[in-house]
Design a protein around this ligand. Structure first.
Ligand SMILES: Nc1ncnc2c1ncn2[C@@H]1O[C@H](COP(=O)(O)OP(=O)(O)OP(=O)(O)O)[C@@H](O)[C@H]1O
Ligand SMILES: [Mg+2]
Length: 245
């Protein structure tokens, strides 16, 4: 399977709002976010702890639903999609790297990376070829049999990245993919992302505290108190003019 370029934006969000209700309290985690990602984009989103970065990725990755606002993924509105359709969209078309890696503890490096292909029913030979190639790309040949508890943080992070990339989606969302990694490993992971972005048009949205990520991105946005710095790409020209005047 090769990555097909898609026409139009990969993600479009308009006025996304997310409120969490805990006890009697409401947390306004996102307060009206406009955002757009095109094919081949590489966006870094910086922001302090608690500013809404993970919440934002959970919305875009269709893991959680916004309180209000509109979200289109590959041109399809997610608001009216059934749970089944959302699950298929997540499985086949969005690569996710979580802040906590969510690796399956009883599976080896190889099996963790292979897992999404099993869910997709990809035949064994193809699975083998793709997993081997990716294991080599992230430099985990020696660790391919090891379970997550026998890997370092950086190695686990690379397994998580490889698992997000294995389905050859056109959109990868990564939450702090270089969090707690040494500079060399961070560079290696970012280099893999950059090469996929440039050579295969994979769009990346990376939320992070790490200023180094900005050096690899084509655009950098800030999120603060649930508001994203104005994303000119997401704003129709007339609206930008109106706000500027
Ligand atoms: N499930 C939840 N229930 C209630 N409040 C939540 C929930 N998830 C997040 N929040 C709150 O929403 C706000 C945004 O949280 P979020 O996890 O998006 O921040 P973040 O920018 O990812 O932070 P960090 O950099 O620490 O990972 C915070 O005030 C947080 O406490
Ligand atoms: Mg977070």
């Amino acid at each position: 399977m090769t990555i097909q370029a898609t026409a139009g934006p990969v993600v479009e969000a308009r006025d996304l709002v997310k409120h969490y209700k805990t006890g009697g309290e409401t947390v306004e985690a996102l307060r009206g976010v406009d955002f757009r990602v095109d094919s081949g984009d590489f966006v870094a989103i910086h922001g302090p702890s608690g500013s809404g970065k993970t919440t934002f990725l959970n919305m875009v990755g269709c893991i959680d639903k916004p309180t209000s606002g509109e979200l289109l993924v590959y041109g399809q509105s997610t608001a009216t999609m059934s749970e089944g359709k959302l699950a298929t969209l997540r499985r086949d078309r969005i690569g996710l790297v979580f802040q906590v890696f969510n690796l399956i503890p009883v599976l080896s490096t190889y099996e963790n990376i292979e897992y999404p292909l099993l869910l997709q029913g990809v035949p064994r030979r193809q699975r083998q070829e793709r997993v081997r190639k990716l294991i080599e790309a992230v430099g985990l040949e020696k660790e391919h049999r090891r379970r997550p508890d026998k890997l370092s943080g950086g190695q686990r992070q690379r397994v998580a990245l490889a698992r997000a990339l294995i389905t050859e989606t056109h959109l990868v969302l990564a939450d702090e993919p270089t969090g707690n990694l040494d500079t060399e490993t961070s560079k290696r992971i970012l280099g893999i992302m950059q090469s996929l972005n440039e050579n295969r048009d994979v769009a990346f949205v990376v939320v992070t505290h790490d200023p180094m990520v900005g050096g690899y991105a084509k655009r950098t946005l800030e999120i603060c108190d649930g508001r994203l710095s104005r994303d000119d790409v997401a704003m129709p020209a007339d609206r930008i003019r109106t706000e500027a005047s």
